[in-house]
Design a protein around this ligand. Structure first.
Ligand code: ADP
Length: 754
C-alpha cells in the first residue's frame, strides 16, 4: 500500500509543488487508506490533486468522471505536460478511437482516463471496462448527481451501478466524489446516490483570508454606479463587475465609460469576435474592469484580479462565492463588494416563477388548452399570456414543459409551435409531480433567502460564508465590512456628485450622511425598552421578525398559533411598521444589546447590556441611520421572502401549496404535519389561509362535524354579546377543541364568496 511519504515525494516529483494546500493532505491520506471519500472544496481549491496524486501511486487506473468536455481536455493536456500518461474518452473522439483507448487502458498504458458520464449509457462500454484494473473511481462535479443541486444530470445516476459493474472479483473500485457545492443536503445526496460506503467527508479551503467581503447597501442605481466607479478608481488592478442581465451589462458599461473609465462589457449575446477581443484586452490588463453577466469567468485564469463587484444580487451564496472567488487568486488583498438593493430579489422571483410555476397555473394552462375543441393547436406561450392574464411567459412555457413531461400534451419542435393535446383528463387528475416541483422551488427560494440574509447580516461576513458551506475553520484578522467598518468608503458623496454633474441627471437622491451611533431621545429610549422586554419575553425562541410582529400586534399565523398574542408585550408598539421595528432590532444587535444566533432561522435573545437598558439602568446610542431594516419575514415557519403582512406573500406561497397538495392527497392535519416535520398548528394555519383564499377545502375533512357546529355556535354567541378574540370563543368550548380548530372555522366564514 502506498504511504503518505510516497505521496509527498510524488507531489514534488510530478507536480513540482512543495506543500499541500489546505485539506489536500487529509483527503489523500484517507484515499491512500482505501476509504471512499467526499471532498468539498471551492473552485480553484485544488480538488484535482486529491485523485491525481493517488492515481500515480495505485496499481490500477483511475477513472475520472467529468461532465465538461473542454475542461477534461485541459486537464489531460496539463497531466501530459507533467509526463503523466492520461487520456479522455468522450463523444469528441470516434468510436474506433474509443475502442483503441480502451485496449490501451487494459494494457495499463494510462494512469488516468477522463470519461464523460453519458458513456455509461452504453452497455458495451461498461462491458469493455470490466477487463480493466480500475483502482479509483473519481466523480468530479459530484453535485450533478443531486436533484437538490443546481446542475442535476440524470447520467450521474448511472454511476453507482457502473462502478459496481466494473469491479474486479466482485470488488468495486474505491470511490472519491468531488464538488464545490457544500450544502449538507447535497453532500448527503452525493453519498447516497453514488452508493459511497462509510465515506470520509472533507470540507476545506472555503476561507479566503485575502478577500475583503463587503456589503454596501445602495438605494439607487446612481449610488451603485458611483460605488462601482469608486472601487475601480481606488484599485491598483483590474476586476470584474457582475450584473444580473445583459441589459444591465450594457447600461453599466456605458455609464462607467462616460466617467472615462476603461471598461468593456461581456455577455453571451455579443458576437464571438467581440467577446474574444474583450477577453484578450482584459487578460492583457488593458481594462480597468470588465462588466459581465455570469457567462464570464469560467476558465478565466487571471490570478491578479483586485476586485469583484456585484452590481446585482446573485441568486445563491454558491454562485456569489464562486464569482468572488475569482478575485485575489494570487493571495494578495482584494475587495469583493456586493452593492445591495433588496429590489433585486424581484428579478429572482420572476425567474423562480418562470422555472417553477405554481400547480394552479399549470392546471389553468391545461384547462385553457382543453377549452379548444381541436387537439392540434397552433399556440405559443406568448399567445396564452393574454388568455390567462399571466404576464410571465417563462412560467407559461415551463407549464407547457411540465404538461408535456407528464404525457398530457406534445409540443412541436423548432419553429413549428404546434401543440397537440394527447389526452383530456380532469384538471386535478394531472400526473405532474407537484411534490417535486414545489420541493425544488422551495430549495431555490431557500438559497435566495440565505443570499439575502448574507446581505443583511450584521456580524462577520466571512464567518457567515464559512458556516454556510460547513467549513468549521476559525477566522481571525478579518477584513469584512463588519470586522473592519472603518474601511467604509469615505468619498461616496463626492463620487455621486461627480456622477451627477457628468450625467446632468436631475433624479438623484443624495446619500444620507453616514453619521454613526447617536444618543436616543427619551421617546426612542422608551421604545427600545419595550422592544427589549419583548425580546426577553420571547426568550431566545424566535427571530427578529416575530419580535417585531408581536410588538405591532400582527395576526400572522405563526404568532397566533404560538399564542404570542397572549403576551403582555403584544401590540405594545402598534404605531410602528414592521421595518421600523426591525431597524431598531438590527441597531440593537450592532450595539450589543441583543444577540442573534442560529444561521438558517436566527433567533434573538437579550445580552447583559440589553437587560440593563431594559431595566433603565443604562442607555445606549444607536446607529439608526445607516443600519438596514430587515426586509425578510419569518412570521411563517419557513424562510420566506416577504416584507410584511401588508405586502402580498410571494414566496410564502410555496409552503402553502405543498400543504394543499398533501391535503388533496387525503392527508389530515396531523399526517401533513408529520410528513412536513412541522407543527400541527402551523399546518392548521396554512389550511386556514388556503380556505380564506377560496381553495376547495372541506372543513369536514379536518374537523368533526359536531365540533364544527359547537364552534359556529360559540362564534355566534360571541358576536351577540359583542366579545372578540379567539380566547373568548375558546372559553365557550370544551377543552379538546383547540385554537387551530377555531381558526379553521373562522377562515371558512371569511372565505370569499365564490
Ligand atoms: P479545483 O478542481 O478545485 O477547481 P484545481 O484542482 O484545478 O482546482 O486546482 C487549482 C489550481 O491550484 C491549479 O492550477 C493547481 O495546479 C493548483 N494547485 C493545486 N494544488 C496545489 C498545491 N498543493 N500547491 C500549489 N498549487 C496547487
Amino acid at each position: 500500500m502506498p504511504t503518505f511519504e510516497d505521496a509527498q515525494s510524488a507531489l514534488e516529483q510530478f507536480f513540482s509543488f512543495n506543500t499541500f494546500r489546505e485539506g489536500q493532505a487529509d483527503v489523500i491520506r484517507a484515499v491512500l487508506a482505501g476509504r471512499d471519500v467526499v471532498v468539498v472544496m471551492p473552485t480553484g481549491g485544488g480538488k484535482s490533486l486529491c485523485y491525481q496524486l493517488p492515481a500515480l501511486l495505485f496499481p490500477g487506473v483511475t477513472l475520472v468522471i467529468s461532465p465538461l468536455i473542454a475542461l477534461m481536455k485541459d486537464q489531460v493536456d496539463a497531466l501530459n505536460a507533467r509526463r503523466i500518461p492520461a487520456t479522455v474518452i468522450n463523444s469528441s473522439i470516434s468510436f474506433e478511437q474509443q475502442l483503441a483507448r480502451l485496449r490501451a487502458l487494459a494494457d495499463g498504458e494510462f494512469r488516468l482516463v477522463y470519461v464523460a458520464p453519458e458513456r455509461f449509457r452504453n452497455e458495451r462500454f461498461v462491458e469493455a471496462l470490466r477487463g480493466v484494473n480500475v483502482s479509483l473511481f473519481a466523480v468530479d462535479e459530484a453535485h450533478c448527481v443531486s436533484q437538490w443541486g443546481h446542475d442535476f444530470r440524470p447520467d450521474y445516476l448511472r454511476l453507482q451501478a457502473a462502478a459496481e459493474a466494473i469491479g474486479q472479483q466482485g470488488q468495486r473500485p474505491q470511490m472519491i466524489a468531488l464538488t464545490a457545492t457544500a450544502t449538507p443536503r447535497v453532500r448527503e445526496d452525493i453519498a447516497a446516490q453514488l452508493g459511497l460506503r462509510d465515506p470520509a467527508s472533507f470540507i476545506a479551503g472555503f476561507d479566503r483570508p485575502n478577500l475583503a467581503l463587503r456589503v454596501v447597501p445602495c438605494k439607487t442605481d446612481n449610488e451603485r454606479i458611483a460605488r462601482a466607479a469608486q472601487i475601480i478608481e481606488r484599485s491598483d488592478g483590474t476586476g470584474i463587475i457582475y450584473t444580473a442581465t445583459r441589459k444591465a451589462v450594457e447600461d453599466v458599461t456605458q455609464q462607467l465609460q462616460s466617467l472615462k473609465l476603461r471598461v468593456a462589457g461581456y455577455h453571451a449575446g455579443l458576437g464571438e469576435a467581440t467577446r474574444t477581443s474583450v477577453q484578450d484586452r482584459f487578460m492583457a490588463g488593458e481594462l480597468h474592469a470588465i462588466v459581465a453577466t455570469n457567462a464570464f469567468g469560467m476558465g478565466v485564469d487571471k490570478r491578479d484580479l483586485r476586485f469583484v463587484t456585484h452590481y446585482n444580487l446573485p441568486g445563491s451564496l454558491e454562485a456569489y462565492y464562486q464569482e468572488v472567488g475569482r478575485a485575489g487568486r494570487d493571495g494578495l488583498p482584494s475587495v469583493c463588494t456586493l452593492l445591495f438593493n433588496y429590489i433585486d430579489t424581484r428579478t429572482h422571483e420572476f425567474f423562480l416563477e418562470g422555472s417553477y410555476p405554481t400547480p394552479d397555473l399549470v392546471r389553468d394552462v391545461y384547462a385553457c388548452l382543453l377549452g379548444y375543441e381541436r387537439d392540434e393547436l397552433d399556440l405559443t406561450a406568448r399567445e396564452l399570456s393574454p388568455r390567462l392574464g399571466v404576464r410571465n411567459e417563462l412560467a407559461l412555457n415551463a407549464s407547457l414543459v411540465l404538461l408535456e413531461k407528464a404525457g398530457h400534451i406534445e409540443r412541436g419542435t423548432g419553429s413549428h409551435s404546434a401543440l397537440r393535446i394527447l389526452e383530456r383528463v380532469a384538471r386535478n387528475a394531472l400526473r405532474v409531480d407537484w411534490h417535486e416541483l414545489v420541493k425544488r422551488r422551495q430549495a431555490e427560494e431557500r438559497k435566495l433567502r440565505e443570499m439575502v440574509n448574507y446581505a443583511y447580516h450584521t456580524g462577520c461576513l466571512r464567518r457567515f460564508i464559512l458556516e454556510y458551506f460547513g467549513d468549521s475553520k476559525e477566522v481571525s484578522n478579518c477584513h469584512c465590512s463588519h470586522c473592519q467598518p472603518q474601511m467604509r468608503w469615505k468619498r461616496i458623496e463626492e463620487a455621486v456628485e461627480e456622477l451627477n454633474a457628468r450625467q446632468q441627471s436631475a433624479s438623484n437622491d443624495p446619500l444620507p450622511p453616514d453619521d454613526g451611533p447617536r444618543a436616543l431621545t427619551d421617546e426612542e429610549h422608551l421604545t427600545v425598552r419595550k422592544i427589549l422586554s419583548c425580546v426577553a419575553r420571547l426568550d431566545g425562541k424566535f427571530g427578529k421578525n416575530i419580535v417585531a410582529g408581536v410588538l405591532r400586534g400582527s395576526r400572522a399565523s405563526k404568532i397566533l398559533s404560538n399564542q404570542l398574542d397572549q403576551l403582555s408585550t403584544y401590540g405594545l408598539l402598534r404605531a410602528y411598521a414592521q421595518d421600523e421595528l426591525t431597524r431598531f432590532l438590527n441597531a440593537l444587535i450592532v450595539a450589543g444589546c441583543v444577540r442573534q444566533s442560529g444561521l438558517a432561522y436566527p433567533v434573538v435573545s437579550l445580552t447583559e447590556l440589553g437587560r440593563q437598558v431594559m431595566h433603565d439602568r443604562a442607555r445606549v446610542a444607536l446607529d439608526l441611520a445607516s443600519v438596514a431594516a430587515d426586509l425578510s419575514d419569518d412570521v411563517g415557519e419557513e424562510p420566506v421572502v416577504v416584507v410584511s403582512e401588508k405586502t402580498t406573500p410571494r414566496i410564502a406561497g410555496a409552503t402553502l401549496e405543498l400543504t394543499f397538495e398533501l391535503y388533496q392527497q387525503g392527508l389530515g392535519i396531523a399526517e401533513i404535519a408529520a410528513r412536513r416535520e412541522l407543527k400541527p398548528g402551523t399546518i392548521a394555519g396554512h389550511l386556514a389561509d388556503l380556505i380564506a383564499d377560496g381553495r376547495p377545502i372541506n372543513l369536514a375533512d379536518l374537523l368533526a362535524t359536531d365540533d364544527q357546529v359547537l364552534i359556529e355556535n360559540a362564534i355566534a354567541e360571541n358576536e351577540q354579546t359583542g366579545q372578540a378574540g379567539l380566547r373568548a370563543i375558546k372559553e365557550r368550548l370544551p377543552e379538546r377543541i383547540g385554537f387551530d380548530d377555531i381558526r379553521l372555522v373562522l377562515a371558512a366564514r371569511r372565505k370569499p364568496a365564490s
